[in-house]
Structures are given as structure tokens and as C-alpha cells.
Write a protein that binds this ligand. Structure first.
Ligand code: ZN
Length: 481
């Protein structure tokens, strides 16, 4: 062993200790970073939202004009948004404090039926007001993935608002709702977070990322320029990696809710905080704001088992009856709940009509502006229709007369019927009420024929060109097997 002088030995020992101390100090920072990278942000606990601030931002003002010349519009679309997990729709555990306040100060639709149970066709219906199958965004068959894109001849809300002089700003966290599939149609600026493409096997972008992009674009817009903002949020979409803190918050002692449902609820609580921040920040910049929150579909959560795990294959209310909330300071009687049936296809015509305009082309939905303005207590539909045409699934459904009739076309037209008041749809009552079942089946026949005729009038489907990375992301999200 070489001889080391005492002074040098001391210096070496000190240097070694300093090195150890440095490494020890760095461990807490290095470990979570290495373990999770982008994941860390996704699992971050939601920031506390000040109830006082939210209440102040939801104050009524009957004098504020609700019109195309002066009102800014913010639409938050939430992917995988299960109605019965939200406090304003009866959830007793604390999953959604902001949305609960929003419903108490705004207007809530009791039943909003989306036109498909998976993202691309359902969102196509939301933004165009057209039946899902007419848009040809479905993914039938079990062979190669279909790259169906929104055809440019359909008119989107963004295009309609742009024609009214609005600057249109969009952001999407789901590759299905990207420019590749035509969903940037009508937008002056459309953001698809880089992490979506860069890290194809990683988690989808968080609400915080989408908020930052929407707000940056808003800040770059002159304040006298009206804006239409549309965000597509994926925080509640699987795979879900909720923060422990959020999980603890949604749990109630003695409650036997399964862990997978709690994981969904924790993700929902995180989303709720992102939506609160989005609303507060946009509202601060644009006080005359119309704010809408809507889901593109729900989630089965195997809760109960026959509803399936995810979405796309079934048409139970857990998948197709979504949260639908509106707020503007001038809407009368805050806290109103609109009974009856509304649909996803109503969103586009309702926005335009509520602001004193009309949607520029005929649509399949109808405006619910009368209900929002307190001129009607119910939404305008007696019947609501939905379908899924996804991989091996080919189902249609009609809701009305207090019942929900589901037809499995892939199984030779087999039918199941549920009482609309029986939320979890465990009791198939088909055969027990032959008159109403016959009537609903006839309505469903006629609707299927109407949609088939509309489809014939369309040109062929348009194909997008997804990159390898995007296909990988779609696989991660469960859209490709
Ligand atoms: Zn979705």
C-alpha cells in the first residue's frame, strides 16, 4: 500500500465524506426522477383549490351579455368521464369539489347521451352535431386499425366560431383527437403536447400541460379579440397512476369501494383540480366567459362486471350517459338541473344559439338553449340514440319512456332492456314490458334506417396517416389490440 502523508490522507477523507454527502443529498431528487420521469407529473397530487376563489369566480351577473360579439367560450371535453363518480351526479365521496360548485352555480343536464362509447366517433359527434356513423370515424372489424379521419366537408364548432370572428384555440391530450385525424379542423392554433409523440410508451399529457398551452395561446391573443377555447383532457383515461394523496382523499373509512374504482376517482379528483385552475385562469383574463364541461364517454370499471373494464364495447349508461355542465354569469336560476334527455350532438347547435346565432349547416342534434335560459324545464328530446361500431362490437341503443333498450347487432339483434332509474343496470327487464319494448325497438329500427340513408349521402371515409409513435400511443391507451 503506498504511503500517504497524514495531511493528504485527511484531505482525501474529507473529500470522500463530501462526496458521500453530495450523493446522499441527491438521492431523494434522483430516485423519483429516474423512476418516473414524465410519470412524476401525472402522479402529482392535485393542488388545493380555494373554494372562496371558485365561488367568487362563479358569481351571477344577469347584466353580462351572452352573445357572439362579447362572450368568450371555453369547452373542456373530458375523455373517460363517468357520470356516477361525480359529486353533482350523486357521488357521496369527495371526488369532484370544483365540478360540484360549478353545478351548484351553473346549469346541469341530468342525462346527456353521447353518440358512441369511444373517443373518435363520439368526439366527432360533439364537435359537428352529426350522428357518429355518418362521420365514418368508427373502427369496425378486428383486423388492421382503421385510420379514419374527420372529413373536411363536415363543419366543426371551431369553424362555426371562426366564421363569427372568434380566434379558435385547441389542445388535445388524446391522439385520437389530433390533427392526424382531422380534429384541428377550424382551429387557428391547435396544440398536441410533445410528450404525446416523443414518449410514445409513456403516459398521456396531464391537464396541467394542456392548461399551460391554452393559457399561453390566450395570452398571445389581443384582449379585445373574442376566443373559442377547446381542451381535450385525458387525466381519467387508463392507464391510471393516481397520487397516494389523491387516493387517500377519495377514500372514506369503512367504505368497500374496489381499488380500481378508487384509482379512477383519484384521477378524477386530479382532473377536477386541473379544470378548476383552467376555469379560474381563463375567467380572470376573460370575465364574460361561457364555460362548458362535457364527457366523450364514460368507463365500465367492471362496476358492475358486465359493464366491462374500459369503454368502446358496451352501451350501458356507465359508458354513454355523461356529465354535461354549463356556466355563464347571466344564466338564470343558478343550480338548475335540466330533466329529460339531451345528447352529445346538441353541443354544437346549443353553443351557437345560446350566443344568439345559428349553426351554419343543418345538424342531427338540437339546441338546448331554451332549457339553459330557463324557458323550458326539460331538454328537448323524447328519445336519445347511441351506438358502438368498434372492433367486433356492433350495438345500437335507444333511451326513452323511462327505459334503455340495447340491441346487439353482432349477435343477431339480441335485445336487453333496463329501467332508466336502475343506475347500474343489473336487471334486464326485456320481455317484462312488451308494449314499451316494441315501441322502442321500432324507434330504433327507424333511427338505424335514417342513419343508413344519411351515410349513403356521404362520400367515402377519409384516412389519416398516423406515425409509428402515434400508433404505439394508441396501443398504450387500449385502442389497438
Ligand atoms: Zn375518450
Amino acid at each position: 500500500m503506498p504511503r500517504v502523508r497524514p495531511r493528504l490522507r485527511l484531505a482525501l477523507i474529507l473529500a470522500g465524506l463530501a462526496g458521500l454527502a453530495f450523493v446522499a443529498a441527491a438521492i431523494p431528487r434522483l430516485v423519483p426522477h429516474r423512476r418516473s420521469g414524465v410519470h412524476a407529473e401525472r402522479t402529482a397530487a392535485p393542488r388545493e383549490v380555494s373554494t372562496r376563489r371558485v365561488r367568487a369566480a362563479l358569481a351571477p351577473d344577469p347584466e353580462l351579455p351572452l352573445d357572439l360579439a362579447e362572450t368568450d367560450v371555453l369547452v373542456a371535453m373530458v375523455c373517460t368521464f363517468r357520470r356516477d363518480q361525480l359529486e353533482p351526479y350523486g357521488q357521496t365521496r369527495p371526488t369532484s369539489p370544483f365540478l360540484n360548485l360549478l353545478a351548484r352555480h351553473g346549469v346541469l343536464f341530468e342525462h346527456a347521451i353521447v353518440q358512441s362509447s369511444w373517443t373518435r366517433p363520439s368526439t366527432g359527434s360533439l364537435v359537428t352535431g352529426r350522428w357518429a356513423q355518418v362521420l365514418q370515424l368508427d373502427d369496425p372489424g378486428d383486423e388492421a386499425f382503421h385510420n379514419r379521419a374527420l372529413a373536411p366537408d363536415f363543419v366543426t364548432i371551431a369553424e362555426a366560431m371562426s366564421a363569427q370572428g372568434y380566434r379558435t384555440i385547441g389542445a388535445s391530450g388524446n391522439p385520437n383527437i389530433s390533427s392526424t385525424f382531422g380534429f384541428d379542423q377550424g382551429f387557428d392554433a391547435y396544440h398536441e403536447p410533445e410528450s404525446l409523440w416523443r414518449d410514445s410508451s409513456g403516459p398521456a399529457p396531464t391537464g396541467a400541460e394542456l392548461n399551460a398551452q391554452l393559457l399561453a395561446e390566450l395570452d398571445a391573443t389581443p384582449s379585445d379579440q373574442r376566443v373559442y377555447l377547446q381542451g381535450f383532457y385525458v387525466d381519467t383515461h387508463a392507464p391510471r397512476r393516481p397520487a397516494t394523496k389523491a387516493l387517500r382523499k377519495v377514500q372514506v373509512e369503512g367504505d368497500s369501494t374496489p381499488r380500481r374504482v378508487l384509482a379512477y376517482d383519484a384521477a378524477l379528483l386530479t382532473l377536477d383540480a386541473h379544470l378548476a385552475e383552467l376555469y379560474l385562469e381563463v375567467k380572470r383574463r376573460r370575465p364574460n366567459l361561457l364555460f362548458i364541461v362535457v364527457g366523450d364517454h364514460g368507463e365500465g370499471l367492471t362496476w358492475p362486471a358486465h359493464h366491462g373494464k374500459g369503454h368502446g364495447n358496451y352501451l350501458y349508461t356507465s359508458s354513454v350517459d355523461v356529465p354535461f355542465l354549463w356556466f355563464h354569469p347571466a344564466l338564470p336560476e343558478p343550480g338548475r338541473r335540466i330533466e329529460g334527455l339531451s345528447m352529445g350532438i346538441d353541443l354544437a347547435p346549443t353553443i351557437l344559439e345560446l350566443l344568439g346565432g345559428t349553426f351554419p349547416v343543418p345538424v342531427d342534434g338540437s339546441s338546448q338553449a331554451k332549457a339553459l335560459l330557463g324557458e323550458s324545464e326539460r331538454s328537448s328530446h323524447d328519445l336519445a340514440f347511441t351506438q358502438t361500431y368498434f372492433r367486433r362490437s356492433d350495438k345500437t341503443a335507444v333511451l326513452g319512456q323511462g327505459y334503455h333498450l340495447i340491441r346487439d347487432r353482432a349477435a343477431g339483434g339480441e335485445q336487453a332492456m333496463y329501467d332508466l332509474d336502475e343506475a347500474l343496470q343489473t336487471d334486464d327487464v326485456s320481455g317484462n314490458h312488451p308494449t314499451v319494448q316494441g315501441l322502442l325497438a321500432e324507434e330504433l329500427d327507424q333511427w338505424e334506417q335514417r342513419v343508413a340513408r344519411s351515410l349513403q349521402r356521404q362520400g367515402g371515409p377519409v384516412e389519416g396517416q398516423p406515425s409509428k409513435g402515434m400508433l404505439e400511443q394508441l396501443r398504450t391507451l387500449g385502442y389497438i389490440e
